[in-house]
Every structure is written in C-alpha cells, then in structure tokens.
Ligand binder design. Structure first.
Ligand code: ACO
Length: 335
C-alpha cells in the first residue's frame, strides 16, 4: 500500500476587506460584540465585478499549489473539490476547475461536507493514492459566502461570521520514504442537520415557491444556525476526533506540533487548545483576518502556517474540522 503526502499548498482571498465596523453600518452589530464572541476582526468579500467566483478562486489557489509542487495541470489525475457554495446548483465546481485549468479529462469529484469538506476531500484523495490508482490529486476548498448572507439585523448571528476564500493542496504519492498522511477519521450525525443549514433554494423549496411567498413567511433561503447548539457539539467532536486520530497512531496530544483547526470561531479553537493543553505555538488561527470560510478555512490556514515557516519536516500536523450535517473529521500528517 502506498501513502500520500502534501507536495504543494496555495491559497487565495479576494482583495476586498470588510471590517466589523463596515458591517455595523448595515445591521445592528458592533466590533466589540463580534470580536468578543468570535475573534473575527475582518473578512474578505468578493466585490461584484472583480471576476471572482468559488471556482475562479479555487483555480487561483490551485495554480499556486501546483507551482509549489513542481507540477503542471497535465500532471493532475483527479480533482476533489469541497464547497458548500458552488457557482451553480449543478454541475459542481470540479468540472469548472478542470476546464479553467486546461486539464485532461480527469475525474472531478465534488464534496458536500461544509466545514468538514476539506478533511473529507483529503481523506478521499488519500484513499485513491493509497490504492495506487493515482499519483497526483488536486484537493480544493473554496467558498463564496458573501453573496448569500442576510445583511439585515435578522441575519447578524450568521452574516458576521462568514468570509470568502480558497485553499488548495496537491496530494502526491509519497516516494520520500518518510512521513505523509498517517490516517484520516470521518464522522457524521444527520439528526442535527437542521441546526446549521441552508434549506432553499433546493428541491424542498423550489425557486418559484420562494419568489411567490413573501420573505416574511420565512422561506429559508439564508443560512440558519443554532449558534449555541453548534458551539456545544463542536467543542466535544473536535476533541474526540483529534484524540481518535492520535490513538490510531499511538500518539498523544504532546506529540502534536501543529494543530490546524477549521476556523469556525476563535473561541472554539481556544477551547480545544486548552482542553488538549497545547501551547500557542502549536495551534494556528487566522479567523481574525478571514472569518469562517468553511471548506476553505483549513487549506488557507495550512498554507499560511507553512508559508510562515511554522511547519517543519518531521512535524506532526493535525487537521480537524466540525460543521453542518453535523459532520466532523481529522487528518494526521507527518510532514
Ligand atoms: N451583533 C450583536 N448582537 C448579536 C449578533 C451580532 N452579530 N448576533 C447575535 N446577537 C445577539 C442576539 O440577538 C442575542 O440577543 P438577545 O440576548 O437580545 O436575544 C445575543 O446577541 C446573544 O445571542 P446568541 O446567539 O445567544 O449569542 P452567542 O453568545 O451564542 O454567540 C455565536 C453567537 C457567536 C454565533 C456563538 O453561538 C457561536 O460561536 N456558535 C458556534 C457556531 C459557530 O462557530 N459557527 C460557525 C459556523 S459552524 C462551523 O463552522 C462549525
């Protein structure tokens, strides 16, 4: 059986910075509330006309990842694209990336696991490499939230949290004789699917129905989040799935060199850090600058941590995510 390693990382965020003060001009909120509850200072939003879409940002991040891996689009044998905000209802973003990057007719798989999407995508790609089927797989997380949020006071508990951006990793068959992806661990619990969801437009709420009904009737075309419920489950599942990964590899929390948690909320990351007794140098957070970019948050944070020299050869890097579904997962990587 082969193993895989991350051979290249890249990220992209739109230039347009939206501060908490900017949002407070649109709704009844303020910088102090947002920073105290979430840690977020600012986020990036696509600006109409700047050319960005979920798939365009995915391509920008992927081009960097490919260059760093020393590969060209023709070397990629599969795309695994995680997003909850594809450019179109169908087809998914994977085929857009395939087309925009001029790749061969490689398989393009779309992963729909929201905040856990990137960890799910890494796990899928890892299996294809382990079996020997492919050598180089492009794994992407990209999200465009800003176009679909409720910027009135009604939507403030959700709209202040999310931001736009993309991250990408190239997974390559590990022929270095050391390290690589040690294991991945995935879970779901669909009974909580309504606690963090965007029910329409969908086959449950077709567009004509939404148009016909007055917004006051609460046809759910903006994301809904039961914040405290999500928070309580997130802190339990994050720790569980990190410990599950450590145990599977006979490791302990003190072996973790770098934890890259999904950037859901700084308070959640800090809670996990305390629970696992990790030092500040062992956990990477950038939600302060980008908000929660769901499937894109881990690859953006991983890319930045690597660019800043915070991940070194031989380090144990742990990716962990929790989100809508609920779904959660972890990946244990020996760098
Ligand atoms: N600005 C000002 N006031 C606000 C805002 C806002 N943006 N949003 C909500 N409030 C108000 C509420 O209306 C409420 O007012 P009330 O007491 O008069 O009714 C008050 O603040 C408290 O509201 P809660 O929703 O109870 O606030 P809470 O302390 O739970 O914080 C938050 C909300 C930040 C969303 C929190 O629940 C949380 O972080 N939950 C975790 C969910 C999360 O991180 N989601 C990210 C996406 S999911 C994921 O990635 C895993």
């Amino acid at each position: 059986m082969y193993t895989s390693r991350i051979s290249g990382l890249g990220s992209y965020v739109p230039e347009n910075i939206v501060t908490n003060d900017d949002l407070s001009k649109l709704m009844d909120t303020n910088d102090e509330w947002i920073q105290e509850r979430t840690g977020i200072k600012e986020r990036r939003h696509i600006k109409k006309g700047d050319g960005n879409t979920t798939s365009v940002m995915a391509v920008k991040a992927s081009e960097i990842a490919l260059e760093r891996a020393g590969l060209t689009p023709k070397d990629i044998e599969m795309i695994v694209f995680a997003t909850l905000s594809p450019d179109m209802y169908f087809p998914g973003g994977g085929v857009e990336v395939q087309e925009m990057m001029g790749m061969d007719t490689v398989p393009a798989l779309d992963v729909r696991n929201q905040c856990s999407g990137f960890v799910y995508a890494i796990s899928v790609a890892d299996q294809f490499i382990k079996t020997g089927m492919y050598k180089n797989i492009l794994v992407i997380g990209s999200e465009h939230h800003s176009g679909g949020l409720d910027y009135t006071t009604r939507g403030r508990n959700v709209s202040v949290i999310f931001g736009d951006g993309a991250g990408a990793a190239v997974l390559t068959r590990n022929e270095t004789g050391r390290g690589g992806i040690l294991s991945t661990h995935l879970h779901s619990e669909g009974k909580h699917k309504d606690e963090l969801a965007l029910p329409g437009p969908s086959t449950s709420y077709w567009v004509p129905e939404i148009i016909e009904k007055n917004p006051q009737e609460n046809i759910p075309y903006y994301p809904y989040m039961n914040g405290q419920f999500v928070f309580k489950h997130a802190i339990v599942r994050f720790s569980e799935v990190i410990k599950e990964g450590l145990q599977a590899n006979n490791l302990t929390t003190s072996d973790i060199d770098m934890l890259i948690p999904h950037q859901a909320n700084l308070r959640i990351s800090q809670f996990i850090q305390r629970k696992l007794k990790l030092g500040d140098e062992n956990v990477y957070n950038n939600i302060q600058r980008y908000g929660n970019t769901t499937a894109a948050s881990i690859p953006i944070a991983l890319t930045e941590a690597w660019e800043e020299g915070k991940i070194k050869e031989g380090d144990l890097v742990v990716l962990a995510a929790f989100g809508s579904g609920f779904t959660w997962g972890s990946a244990m990587i020996r760098w």
